[in-house]
Design a binder for this molecule. Structure first.
Ligand SMILES: Cc1cc2nc3c(=O)[nH]c(=O)nc-3n(C[C@H](O)[C@H](O)[C@H](O)COP(=O)(O)O)c2cc1C
Length: 147
């Protein structure tokens, strides 16, 4: 991951990107690196190569592209994760979903030896250091749009 960060910083410098970009890389580095301090770290993935409705039609050349190809898997893994995280909470465990590290890691599946699986995120878990108040919920009108 450190090599990935250095590569990104080098790319930003070579391409003369503004300081803001370097700050973004360094901020996401901090929000990624801490996962190694957690007592338990999970990699969460899906079996790649599955075929949903649109992929079947794309391969049959009925539609020009399978642009939403990952949507079903992303929703499915997100729903499964919610149950996992809530169960952890019930057991007194704190968790954090992380996708930031995936931008620093070119191909985590290879070095983890999990070919055929696409890693979608990491989840750190442990006994929480803090017990913050729940965040204020957005009002219903901010979440719902009738069209
Ligand atoms: C898809 C997704 C990716 C995330 N990636 C990261 C990450 O890379 N690093 C991080 O510190 N938090 C990440 N988070 C945020 C935490 O998992 C967690 O949701 C957040 O800290 C909860 O705090 P909040 O209640 O203030 O939103 C991510 C959240 C989601 C939903």
């Amino acid at each position: 991951m450190a090599k990935g960060r250095d590569d990104l910083l080098r790319q930003a410098a070579t391409k003369n990107k503004p300081k803001k970009i370097r700050n973004i890389i360094n901020a996401y580095w901090r929000f990624s690196r801490f996962m190694f301090d957690a007592p338990a770290l999970f990699a969460v993935g899906v079996v790649s190569g599955g075929k949903g409705f649109s992929k079947k039609l794309f391969e049959a050349e009925v539609i020009p592209s399978d642009i939403r190809g990952d949507t079903d898997l992303d929703i499915t893994v997100g729903l499964a994760l919610k149950g996992f995280i809530l169960k952890g909470h019930e057991l007194g465990l704190g968790t954090c979903v992380l996708t930031g590290p995936l931008t620093f890691l070119t191909c985590p599946e290879t070095f983890m030896g999990v070919e055929g699986i696409c890693v979608k995120c990491f989840v750190s878990a442990g006994f929480p250091d803090e017990n913050p108040e729940p965040v204020e919920r957005k009002p219903f009108e901010a979440l719902y749009l009738e069209i």
